[in-house]
Structures are given as structure tokens and as C-alpha cells.
Write a protein that binds this ligand. Structure first.
Ligand SMILES: O=C(O)CCC(=O)C(=O)O
Length: 246
């Protein structure tokens, strides 16, 4: 990982609720993650439970891989690397616990969009000291469905939600934010770059109608001190059971 100034990172993260870390993974690490994901889909996924993946509307192409921290020891070991834990520890306010390893594949032409949401509607943690490291495996451009973040929205707490009807993203915001798209932070990333967002940061992405896939590899961490909030959990469970697995 390219060296990062930890004080600057924390300051930016606390202000905006999202930061970009360039060259989080080297080209060799990107290639290794891609190869392992391809191998896992080809050789292992069929034997995993149904909640290990969400497919696109064609019923075949993978939209998301879930629970890789349980199903794939190599990717779990990568996510638990010391340099990654050291980077995220100040951002989660304590000892980081790996909560999830996932993908948002957004395949070429048929990659579906992700509605406006806050991750803590899914994670249900209090205090909300939880974040996602979103690592670009493919180039992320304005055209192939980049993630847009609303700077500073992590300070608003968990906003009202509604079931979204989208498989893989069952809970959306009840009301879209006032911030126009042009004023949102668009995470344009080269392979190996990462965005890190707070679990209350509002974000979304458009479908990918281009010929270029947009694979994101996600590492989710919480501070060891966080606890599940029962009322957030009840709302999540109602939405997720209408649109399993997430
Ligand atoms: O990759 C995307 O398009 C959305 C990612 C997302 O919702 C997340 O990182 O929580």
C-alpha cells in the first residue's frame, strides 16, 4: 500500500465521511484478487448457500458476492492484513473487526444500479463506527456506474428508509438527498485505488450500460466497541426478507 498521512486521512474522513486512497493495492494485488474471485465463481460458488451471491436480472451473471470472509480463506486473510487494519483503526475509533468481504461486480451492459442508501441501515451498529473500503479492480469511470457520495451526510444519523425492491440492496432512503448529482463526490478510481466511506454516508450508483465491467472489492470493518441496535435491525430484517439475500 502506498504510504498515507494518517492525520490527514482522519481529518478528511471526519469532515466528509468519504476519502480516496490511491494505490491501496498494487497491480499484482489487483491481479491476484481478480484471479481468486474468478476462480471462486467458477469452482466454489455453486456449492455455497444461496445467500452467498446475488445475480443480475439474467439470473446468471453475478451482481454481488457476499460473506467471502466466511467462504474464502484467502480473501479473508488479505482483508485482515496488518497494514489495512492499521489504516482503518483510527477511522473506526478502536480495534477494527472485519465484518464482511463482498463484491459489487457491475458487469458490462447489464450491471444494475444501487439506490440511494446508508450502509448502517444494513449494518445496524451503534455507535456508527463502521466503514467500507471499496477497492477498484476495474477502472471506474463516469460512464460505467461509479459510486457517488454525499459529502458530510454521515453526520445526519440514520435517515428514514423504505424497502427498495432491488435485490442485493433491499433498503433505500425514503427520500433522495437534496444535494444535486453535480455536487456529489464521484469516486473515479484506477485499478487498485480505494474509496473509504462511513456507514452513514449517503451513496448510490447508476447501472452500467457500457461494454466495460466495473468490479469493486469491498472490505467492511467495525470498531470492536460497536453493538447491534435492535430497532435498526428489525427494519432491516423486514426489508431483507422481502428481497433476500440482502
Ligand atoms: O458498488 C456500488 O455500486 C455500490 C457500493 C455500495 O453500495 C457500498 O459500497 O456500500
Amino acid at each position: 500500500m502506498k504510504p498515507v498521512d494518517p492525520d490527514r486521512l482522519l481529518q478528511d474522513y471526519e469532515r466528509d465521511g468519504v476519502v480516496i486512497v490511491r494505490e491501496f493495492f498494487s497491480p499484482d494485488e489487483v491481479a491476484a484478487v481478480r484471479a481468486e474471485l474468478d476462480r471462486y465463481i467458477r469452482e466454489d460458488l455453486a456449492d455455497k448457500p444461496p445467500d452467498a451471491a446475488t445475480r443480475e436480472a439474467d439470473g446468471v451473471t453475478v451482481r454481488n458476492l457476499w460473506r467471502l470472509e466466511q467462504h474464502n480463506p484467502a480473501l479473508r486473510r488479505l482483508a485482515e492484513r496488518d497494514d489495512i487494519r492499521t489504516l482503518v483503526a483510527p477511522l473506526v475509533g478502536g480495534d477494527p473487526v472485519l465484518a464482511a468481504v463482498e463484491t459489487f461486480n457491475k458487469p458490462a451492459r447489464i450491471g444494475s444500479g444501487v439506490p440511494y442508501h446508508q450502509d448502517n441501515a444494513y449494518f445496524c451498529q451503534s455507535p456508527p463506527d463502521m466503514l467500507t473500503v471499496w477497492v477498484a479492480i476495474d477502472p471506474v469511470t463516469e460512464a460505467n456506474g461509479p459510486v457517488y457520495y454525499v459529502n458530510g451526510s454521515h453526520r445526519e444519523g440514520v435517515l428514514p428508509t423504505k424497502p427498495s425492491g432491488v435485490r442485493g440492496n433491499s433498503i433505500g432512503l425514503a427520500f433522495p438527498p437534496d444535494t444535486p448529482l453535480s455536487a456529489q463526490r464521484c469516486a473515479l478510481l484506477a485499478p487498485g485505488d480505494a474509496s473509504i466511506h462511513h456507514c452513514n454516508t449517503v451513496h448510490h450508483s447508476a447501472p452500467n450500460t457500457t461494454e466495460v465491467p466495473r468490479l469493486g472489492f469491498l472490505l467492511v470493518f467495525r470498531g470492536r466497541h460497536t453493538r447491534t441496535d435492535p430497532s435498526l435491525k428489525a427494519t432491516y430484517q423486514a426489508a431483507a426478507s422481502a428481497n433476500p439475500p440482502a
